[in-house]
Design a protein around this ligand. Structure first.
Ligand SMILES: Cc1cc2nc3c(=O)[nH]c(=O)nc-3n(C[C@H](O)[C@H](O)[C@H](O)COP(=O)(O)OP(=O)(O)OC[C@H]3O[C@@H](n4cnc5c(N)ncnc54)[C@H](O)[C@@H]3O)c2cc1C
Length: 447
């Protein structure tokens, strides 16, 4: 009997990847991913920042967080992830800019407190020798982030504890690997109902696919296992398939804007001169992340990632402008219609201030950045603040029986779905095969 994974974001793809790694899909036991969009990764998994942490999680998530961080590193080491999806260890700073923009030190002639205790880290990193001068500020901080007048930068984590990836590229890798092991991917497809045998046991799903010509094709596929990984759409899809169930999936959408740019001050990967084995390959590449407090230049808390993409390409991702009033569109690809130009203007102004060209005698930077991508997508946020991962009890399926199969949910990862993706995929694949999960996820079930 088959397994159907509903939703092809990073959680669905990770699940398919580990399930097919453990037992390749066959005609007798096929693995399907169905996704309602005409293309994958128009969702949060394609536009996220790609920041990974080993232990920034609440106790309920800590075991999964540690497992996932280890899996990210192992996968990158095994498959040259630094080159294929920009995996690299990351320095992490916090930045606050004082209210008046001019600190006491700046007033006395120095240009702010840009890199206070970060100087200890600066000795561990350099630009490529031929680009060294343009890659690093005078004080050793990365030139990709413009020194802020009145700014204080503190180190909060180092590349052993945190890393970055280009999440869309990791998803593409997971997708290709899964397909090569027989996983079927059905785009523009939704599951419209579950079908049961005479004993009321799930045996098939009814699917509807929209063709390019506007016509709809209806068909059925055999399955006894369903995994809901539809991100912010999970409650909607669950309700469609189990309309008699009184169970409410406590996940809601939170829209977030992002902007990815190229900077003339970040043209080559940073190198770890200590050559620690943290780059996920032979390259010893490093990234930088900055978390900013609200201040004079922005009223929210922007986050900026100087990260890598395929082949060592350099780019800066900036986010932090959210909009809780935007409602979830029918399809992930419909999101463009909801984009608010004012939100992008605000994010661009922040991006320029954080990473644009500093002008002598002017506190405001010049925009010399090239746009790579503008994004708007929806985080799946759970009421508890932790992901929901586990099997849905049969009693909560509104009368549908499961026989030897079952229904699982892996969603609600909020701001941490990229970091927790591989661990989530592995533990769900283990549960689907009746194995003990590799992480303690007992606190993450549907309560
Ligand atoms: C601005 C921003 C920055 C972020 N940065 C980070 C970060 O740095 N680090 C981190 O760890 N996390 C980050 N996140 C969070 C992370 O992106 C999400 O938690 C994660 O991508 C969720 O993945 P998912 O697979 O659950 O959902 P999604 O990526 O939303 O995928 C859901 C899929 O379900 C499909 N779908 C929808 N309806 C149906 C249906 N009816 N039938 C079938 N399929 C359907 C959609 O088309 C989509 O492909 C960020 C999120 C945002 C918004």
């Amino acid at each position: 009997m088959g397994t159907v994974i509903i939703g092809g974001g990073i959680i669905g793809l990770s699940t398919a990847y580990y399930l097919s790694l453990s037992r390749p899909a066959t005609d007798d036991a096929p693995i399907h991913i169905i996704d309602s969009s005409p293309m994958l990764l128009a969702s949060a998994s394609g536009y996220a920042g790609g920041f990974l942490a080993s232990d920034w999680f609440s106790p309920a998530v800590s075991s999964l967080g540690a497992l996932s961080f280890r899996l990210h590193r192992e996968l990158a080491e095994k498959h040259n992830g630094s080159r294929k999806w920009g995996y690299a260890g990351s320095h992490v700073y916090s930045l606050s800019v004082d209210e008046y923009g001019v600190s006491e030190k700046a007033k006395s002639g120095r240009r702010g407190d840009w890199l206070l205790d970060g100087t200890s880290r600066a000795g561990l990193v350099e630009g490529r020798s031929d680009h060294k001068n343009s890659m690093v500020n005078q004080d050793g901080s990365p030139a990709v982030f413009t020194p802020q007048v009145g700014g204080t930068l503190n180190t909060i984590a180092d590349p052993e504890e945190c890393a970055q990836i280009e999440p869309k590229e990791l998803c593409e890798f997971l997708c290709e690997e899964s397909k090569s092991r027989g996983v079927h991917i059905h785009l523009s497809t939704t599951a419209t109902s579950v079908l049961t045998n005479s004993d009321g046991v799930l045996t098939r799903l009814r699917l509807e696919s929209s063709g390019g010509d506007g016509g709809n094709e209806k068909r059925e596929i055999e399955c006894d296992k369903i995994v809901f990984t539809a991100g912010a759409w999970t409650p909607r899809v669950f309700k469609t398939l189990f309309p008699q169930s009184h169970t409410r999936i406590p996940i809601s959408p939170l829209a977030g804007y992002s902007l990815t740019v190229k900077s003339p001050r970040y043209t080559h990967p940073f190198l770890d001169v200590e050559k620690r084995n943290i780059g996920g390959g032979e390259d010893n590449w490093l990234c930088y992340a900055i978390y900013c407090a609200p201040g004079r230049h922005w009223s929210y808390s922007p986050e900026a990632y100087a990260r890598l993409a395929r082949g060592g390409q350099t780019e800066v991702w900036v986010g932090g402008v959210n909009d809780s009033s935007l409602s979830l569109p029918e399809l992930a690809t419909d999101v463009k219609k909801s984009m608010n130009p004012k939100s992008f203007e605000s994010l661009r102004a922040t991006t320029v201030q954080l990473t644009g060209l500093a002008r002598e005698g002017d506190d405001l930077n010049q925009d010399d950045l090239e746009t790579v991508r503008e994004g708007l997508c929806f985080r799946p946020v759970s009421t508890s603040g932790t992901p929901i991962i586990g099997q849905v009890p049969e009693k909560d399926l509104g009368g549908v029986c499961m026989g030897d199969g079952g229904v699982w949910i892996a969603s609600g990862h909020g701001p941490w779905g990229i970091s927790l993706s591989l661990g989530s995929g592995l533990v769900v694949s283990e549960m689907l095969q009746g194995k003990k999960p590799s992480a303690d996820i007992r606190a993450l079930g549907l309560h």
